[in-house]
Design a protein around this ligand. Structure first.
Ligand code: NDP
Ligand code: MG
Length: 385
């Protein structure tokens, strides 16, 4: 029986993790759940899973009578860290959004807990520190992001053979075939409609701008200790191949499946075993074609920024991430056009001072400076809608 804590239990990843945990209740027990402000959803989860701890960053008006004494309740801004320290868990699934998960990831590793990582922004901002902490903790970071889970699965059984190249696939998002001028003017409704996956708002916007793939290139760099020039991105609109690795002899291993996040979530939970997800299976005879395209950096400049950030090194990836979080929020609040997201990130990257060999505090400081700079740039006439 593995004891699991879920940070971000009410989100897209969190609810799917609870779904597979319920399916295998003989294998997993959920001991803690944390969300931001979705109190009603969290109450329902407490009724269904009876965790020892339930927590929210925003204190709700009242806890319903029937569950008031069902568990320990924790509230407040620092609740992620408080829960990591207090919970009785072997594994912590980090599925909050944005850099908010970084301190929790570091604390989980410090407490000797295994981290199942959906939340990609901590690795983007603090990759070197996170991977070092995982090494010290003696646990592998178990990737939940589908591409990284695919690579991780392809590497099982590779023995001492290091892959020569990683090939991260990308659906291309809703604007894959759109002209640059149309992408510039895309609306929120259009950007929030992903062709293959149903996800939280931030990652859905990131997928449309291909900034998600940019974050994933940086994520892969750290998870698999692979230099940027050996991480390729390939557009694959059907989302059947979730990513591939190429070895020295030219052999390519790929992981395939229907687009269902429950597989990578459950694989991280049950690794090295495989358990049933209850999801649909691939039907090769019904499949029309698997197609591939080169990504177009002209129409999706965000992707190129990942390579620039990795080549520059230091805190540049943290700056990219902080600026992108502001840019996505600004787009969702009608403050910039869709096509300006990458522009705001790029201008911020070129304006914030870089720190090499940063400490955790310096990573947070770079993130703060990036956000401040992006907010200042947003007020300039170039970014007027
Ligand atoms: P959602 O927006 O659907 O869910 C986010 C969850 O985190 C919610 O439970 C939310 O609570 C909670 N949360 C947000 N901020 C905080 C905070 N500061 N403290 C405590 N809880 C918080 O996001 P997703 O599930 O889509 O994504 C989660 C992470 O996983 C992201 O980093 C994303 O990039 C990554 N990911 C997601 C995939 C997907 O298919 N969705 C695929 C691959 C990676 P509340 O409901 O109260 O707001
Ligand atoms: Mg992904």
């Amino acid at each position: 029986m593995r004891k699991l804590a879920i940070l971000g239990s009410t989100g897209s990843i969190g609810t799917q993790a609870l779904d597979v945990a319920a399916r295998h209740s003989d294998r997993f027990t959920v001991t803690a759940i944390v969300a931001h402000s979705s109190a009603e959803k969290l109450f329902e989860q407490v009724r269904a899973f009876r965790p020892q701890i339930a927590a929210l960053t925003v204190e709700p008006g009242e806890i319903p009578e029937d569950i008031r004494n069902a568990c320990q309740w924790m509230f407040g801004e620092n609740v992620l860290l408080d829960v990591v320290r207090a919970c009785d868990a072997d594994d912590i699934l980090v599925s909050v959004v944005g850099i908010a998960g970084l301190a929790a990831v570091m604390e989980s590793l410090k407490c000797g807990k295994r981290v199942l990582l959906a939340n990609k922004e901590p690795l983007v901002a603090g990759g070197e520190l996170v991977t070092e902490a995982a090494k010290k903790a003696g646990h592998p970071l178990l990737p939940v992001d589908s591409e990284h889970s695919a690579v991780f699965q392809c590497l099982q059984g590779a023995g001492p053979n290091r892959p020569e190249r990683l090939i991260l696939t990308a659906s291309g998002g809703p604007f894959r075939t759109w002209a640059k001028e149309d992408i510039m003017m895309a609306t929120k409704e259009q950007a929030l409609k992903h062709p293959n996956w149903n996800m939280g708002r931030k990652i859905t916007i990131d997928s449309a701008s291909m900034m998600n793939k940019a974050l994933e290139v940086i994520e892969a760099r750290w998870l698999f200790d692979m230099p940027a020039e050996r991480i390729d991105v390939l557009i694959h609109p059907q989302s059947v191949i979730h990513s591939m690795v190429e070895f020295e002899d030219g052999a390519v291993m790929a992981q395939l499946g229907t687009p269902d996040m429950r597989l990578p979530i459950l694989y991280a939970m049950s690794w090295p075993e495989r358990l049933a997800t209850g999801g649909a299976r691939l039907d090769f005879a019904q499949m029309k074609a698997l197609t591939f395209e080169q990504p177009d950096l002209e129409r999706f400049p965000g992707l190129g920024l990942a390579y620039e950030a990795l080549h520059t090194g230091g805190t540049m990836s943290a700056i990219l991430n902080g600026a992108n979080e502001i840019a996505v929020d600004a787009f969702l609040h009608d403050r910039i056009r869709f096509g300006q997201i990458a522009q705001l990130v790029e201008e911020t990257m070129h304006a914030v001072p870089l720190i090499h060999h940063a400490t955790l505090d310096q990573v947070f400081e770079s993130d703060r400076m990036a956000r401040e700079k992006a907010q200042t740039l947003l007020k300039t006439s170039r970014f007027a809608v």
